[in-house]
Design a protein around this ligand. Sequence first.
Ligand code: HEM
Length: 316
Amino acid sequence: MSNRTFPFPFTKDQYAYSNNSSILDPPWTLTVTEDYEKEITLKRKLLQQNHSRCFRSLPISIESQWEVMRLVFTQLSEAYPSHFSFTQKGKEFQFQNHLLNEEETFIFRDCTSIELEPMDLAGRHVQEDLILMGDRSDGLFLEAGQLCFPSNWSLAFVLGMEFKSIHYPVPGITDNGFIEKVGRFISRIRPNTAWERKNWSITISEKLDTPLETYADWGRMRQEVTEENAGELVHLRVEVQRLFRMPINHDILFSIHTYLLSLEELIKNEQWLMLFYRNIKTLDDDIADYKGISQYKKEMLGFVEKTMAEKEKMNR
Ligand code: HEM
C-alpha cells in the first residue's frame, strides 16, 4: 500500500508494551480501503482452501455470531452508504454489497436461512479478521473467529482459551501485571463503544497470510534478507485492532485490519524513517526474537543506516 494512508505505529523513540488504545467516535469497527477487492478475493480463496484453519467456532458462540453479523452489515451500510445497504422487510434482512455486486438475505437467528455460520458469512465482506470474545463470569474467552491474516498465531490453538492464556507466548507481557490490567480495561468497555490500538511486527514480502500452520513456507524467507534487498522484501506490518462491546450479548468483537508497507515506501517519509530506526535499534532482544526480527535485524538496519546517510548527504 502507499504511505499516504498507512497507520504508522511509532510515536516514541523506544518501543514498550502499552495499552495504546483510544476511543472511537463513531464507534465503527471496520474500514474499507483501496485494497478492498484484492483482499476480499484473497480472504475467500484462503477460506475455500483451508476452512478449518481460517474459521473456528464453539457452539456457544452462535447467538453472538448473529449479533456480529447484524452489526457488521449495519456498520458497513452506515459508514459507506454508497457501497453497502442493509434493509429489513418483515422477517427478512437484506444486505447488498454494491462493490462486489452481491446480496445476502437471511432471517435473523434462523440458521437454516444461511449456508455458513453468521460470522463466517459476514467476514467475507470485510477486510478485517474478526474474533469473538465471549464475556463470561470467569473471564473473556475466544469463542469464534474468522482469521485469514494472522501474524504467526493459530486460531485452532487458541479457540476456547482465556484472554490471559492467549497472551502467554508474548515475552514479558505478564510483567507488572500488564496483561491483567488490559483485561480489566476490556471488562470496563461500555456497550456500543469501540476502542482502537495499533500493534506492529515485520513481514518478509507482501504477504498477509502468515499463520503459524504454514510457518515453514513463509518463515524461511527471513533468511533471504540482505542489505541490498531489504527495501523491497522487508515490510512493516501494522494491525489496527478494535475492541467493540456488543449491546445485546455484551461480548467483545475484536477486529484486526492488517496493513503492510515496504521499507522502500516507508523511507520516503523522513520522520517515519527516523522513528523506525530508533525503535528497531533499541528493541529488547527477547521481543526481537518473538517478532522474528533477530534473523535479519543486522541486514535491515544496514539498509536503513545507508539510506539515512544518503539522505543526510543530500540535505547538506
Ligand atoms: C481481546 C482481544 C485480543 C485478542 C483475541 C488478542 C490475541 C492475541 C494473540 C493471539 C496474540 C499472539 C500470541 C502468540 O504469539 O501466540 C497477541 C499478541 C499480543 N497482544 Fe493481544 N489480543 C487481544 C487484545 C489485546 C490488547 C487490548 C492488548 C494491549 C493493550 C494486547 C497486547 C498484545 C501484545 C503486546 C502482543 C504481542 C504482539 C507482538 O509483539 O507482535 N492484546 N494477542
